[in-house]
Design a binder for this molecule. Sequence first.
Ligand SMILES: N[C@@H]1[C@@H](O)[C@H](O)[C@@H](COP(=O)(O)O)O[C@@H]1O
Length: 241
Amino acid sequence: MDIKIFDSAQELDAFAADLIVSTVQNKPAPVLGLATGSTPLGIYAKIVEMHRRQNISFQHVTSYNLDEYVGLTPDNDQSYAYYMKSHLFAHIDIPSNQTFLPNGMAEDLEAECSRYDSMLQEQPVDLQLLGLGHNGHIGFNEPAEALTGGTHAVKLEQETREANARFFASMDEVPELAITMGVGSILKANHILLVVRGADKADIVKQALTGPITTDVPASLLQTHPRVTVLLDREAGRKLA
Ligand SMILES: N[C@@H]1[C@@H](O)[C@H](O)[C@@H](COP(=O)(O)O)O[C@@H]1O
């Protein structure tokens, strides 16, 4: 694992955005794996700025998002589809028919998960951006005795719902179910970019990066991947020796 610790959010965002843009520029048909949450916001803003100022084009890019809530329509401002549109897709030239998220409104969730997996199989992810949950989740792969490899529907942990409640009007509105790429699908990406910020994640960063590889900390499975770049701010990295 290549671990980099940054003194400022701006430096971290610029480094991550450069890495994403270089993947976009160096491949004829790049496939990006994208994430939501507060962690990637500065990175997306930097990418939008690079698109505007340096004319970086995303017309040839395909993207797959990690996860989506079940039961929220794409025009619901709490859905991840809405998040991606408002923070990234609407501001760059990526064609809308090349951006994919699991469909949280699908009647048959199992069929939706297999559909998503078949698409990922045909278009493997070149660079997968990841955030980290306080309990070590990646995407919505929660700590469990066994983890699911492929895309699947998952019941969210109370802790995860509480952490994400800040984006909703009330706790009752936070969905109980989500669709997420599985840890197996995430690990198939050629290169993984894990980004973590904040003192409240320092302990889980240490466990995930240096602790035992265990399904109790889903992010610890990243230790088995040959090409992971970890970007931390000072606070998130403060427990690493
Ligand atoms: N499903 C998302 C994850 O993909 C995200 O990485 C994580 C951390 O979120 P944040 O970046 O807001 O701390 O929690 C959410 O539950």
